[in-house]
Design a binder for this molecule. Structure first.
Ligand SMILES: [Zn+2]
Length: 374
């Protein structure tokens, strides 16, 4: 038996989440430097300063992360005297800002705390960092030993974030339960992925139940119970599952067919350049459910997508039926392709995409009052 460690996310959520900073950070020193996105820092600055007011923690500066999660930006920050002098790093912003500071903190061996200002992915609560080249192409994954020491989710700031990112975040998070289930079904799992597979079952229901209301509340910049449930689902639930189901080169159950559709679709410029990750993944889920022959869930998720304006057809993400070959050719080359409980053929996958599109078009054309099968 080998020895291993698991480090899991800790978090505080609510409108006053930043008031908990002193409680969770004080044992790591007194000087904190904030590194993040420009807009994110401008939105969070006042609340951050109010959060540390009267405590021993002092925010020494606010530094822009550089715009993308690249080694060029990480090395620039590493050489910055303000970063070197800090006892701890506060990462503020979306996925790329968090992944930059997550990598930086690991390389500098400094305590890290994250402050997501968007609910669009689980970057603020996972150990994995996605890094890019200077030309914005994907470079590599950087694996930290664990996620940030604590994540502070300020729901007031999330409610004021761009609604389209929240919308796409819902689409991406919805894939978690279905993909992990399709990867782990009938498998003998040991402790860690078993926990991941079990937690994955807590991901879809809150989104299907509260997603529509939460999106309306985000558009209205309103903090609500629904918004909080969905933000926790996107940031924490999927992050926990991701930490439990990705075991480096030992095991991987974290994503498969819906993300294969996304990765393949990014090769088609009309789609890749104009549509968000979670938006394309949301259509990918329908393809996965067709592949799985789960008509009941297909109907449920397709109707949910339709209500939220998430795609149910290829045309909505600027894809044509002739692009399906490009998507399938790419899909079979991905590690995700193999993270399935039973082999799926390229032909089966291609027909599932076409069938999902046909089903979606039919659903869109149905008049609301005519019901199923009309
Ligand atoms: Zn994703």
């Amino acid at each position: 038996m080998s020895t291993y460690s698991m480090c899991l996310p800790c978090y505080t959520v609510g409108e006053e989440a930043y008031q908990a900073i002193p409680e969770f950070c004080h044992s790591f020193g007194s000087k904190a430097v904030v590194i993040g996105g420009k807009t994110a820092m401008s939105k969070a600055k006042e609340a951050l300063l109010a959060g540390v007011k009267g405590s021993q923690i002092k925010i020494t500066d606010f530094i822009w992360f550089g715009g993308d999660a690249t080694y060029t930006n990480i090395n620039k920050l590493k050489a910055d005297a303000r970063v070197q002098a800090a006892d701890m790093l506060f990462a503020v912003g979306g996925g790329r800002a968090c992944d930059t500071v997550k990598t930086l903190a690991a390389l500098m061996d400094k305590p890290l705390f994250t402050f997501p200002t968007l609910a669009s992915n689980c970057a603020s609560s996972t150990a994995i960092c996605v890094l890019y080249n200077d030309d914005a192409t994907f470079r590599e994954y950087f694996y930290r030993k664990g996620p940030a020491l604590h994540t502070f989710i300020n729901t007031r700031i999330i409610a004021e974030s761009p609604a389209n990112l929240f919308w796409a975040g819902i689409g991406d998070a919805l894939s978690k339960e279905y993909e992990v289930e399709f990867a782990t079904r009938d498998q003998d799992l040991f402790h860690t992925p078993l926990l991941g597979a079990t937690l994955a079952h807590a991901c879809a229901k809150p989104l299907l139940t509260y997603g529509e209301q939460a999106l309306a509340d985000c558009k209205a910049h309103k903090v609500s119970f629904a918004l909080e449930q969905v933000a926790l689902d996107i940031i924490i639930s999927t992050g926990l599952v991701s930490n439990f189901t990705s075991g480096g080169d030992k095991y991987y159950y974290n994503s498969n067919l819906a993300h294969c559709v996304y990765c393949g679709a990014t090769l088609v410029p009309a789609c890749g350049e104009h549509h968000l990750h979670g938006e394309v993944v949301a259509f990918g889920i329908l393809c996965l459910l067709v592949c799985d022959g789960n008509t009941e869930l297909l109907e449920q998720v397709a109707k949910f997508n339709l209500r939220l304006g998430l795609p149910v057809t290829l045309a909505e993400i600027d894809l044509k039926t002739s692009d399906v070959k490009v998507i399938a050719d790419k899909a079979v080359s991905l590690a995700d392709w193999k993270a399935v409980y039973r082999p799926v053929t390229k032909e089966e996958f291609s027909s599932a995409i076409l069938e999902a599109d046909r089903y979606g078009r039919q659903l869109k054309n149905r008049r609301p009052d005519t019901g199923l099968g009309c």
